[in-house]
Ligand binder design. Structure first.
Ligand SMILES: [Cu+2]
Length: 145
């Protein structure tokens, strides 16, 4: 009886561990980047567990994960092997993790669109697109905001 209970408990704990690993995201950013910090707050509000890593120069991380100058923004993040560049809304990340489109390396919100999550201060909201990046480096509109 006790053994059975322990088995059930350990299975439950295992399931919990898997569930929490799923929304863990690592963010590489400059220590002085304010909007990066705001974006991290947005992720946390939406249930992501954020590990922030400060570095004076994020460019080598961008190169490592295949982010080009055209698709680059301030911070670079990794979630479940996908690269997330810039102020991508949490809902788009969740959509990516749910649908896992084939051949996709990650998502980017190039530049610093005003009104995107973490970029709310700075004036009138500007329309922007979140792009998916495939393994060949081609981009395609993933979502419009
Ligand atoms: Cu930013």
């Amino acid at each position: 009886m006790m053994n059975k209970l322990l088995t059930i408990l350990s299975l439950f704990l295992l399931a919990c561990a898997t569930a929490s690993a799923q929304n863990e995201i690592t963010v590489y950013k400059s220590p002085t980047c304010g909007c990066c910090k705001n974006w991290i707050g947005h992720l946390q509000e939406n249930g992501f567990k954020v590990k922030a890593i400060d570095m004076a120069n994020v460019a080598p991380k961008k190169i490592e994960f295949g982010i080009t100058p055209q698709t680059a923004s301030c911070h670079t993040a990794i979630v479940e092997g996908y690269v997330i560049e810039g102020h991508v809304p949490a809902d788009d990340i969740k959509q990516l993790l749910k649908t896992r489109p084939k051949n996709i390396r990650g998502l980017t919100a190039p530049g610093m669109p005003v009104g995107s999550p973490g970029m709310e201060q700075g004036g009138e909201k500007q329309p922007y697109a979140v792009l998916s990046i495939d393994q060949q480096g081609q981009t395609r509109v993933f979502a419009r905001h």
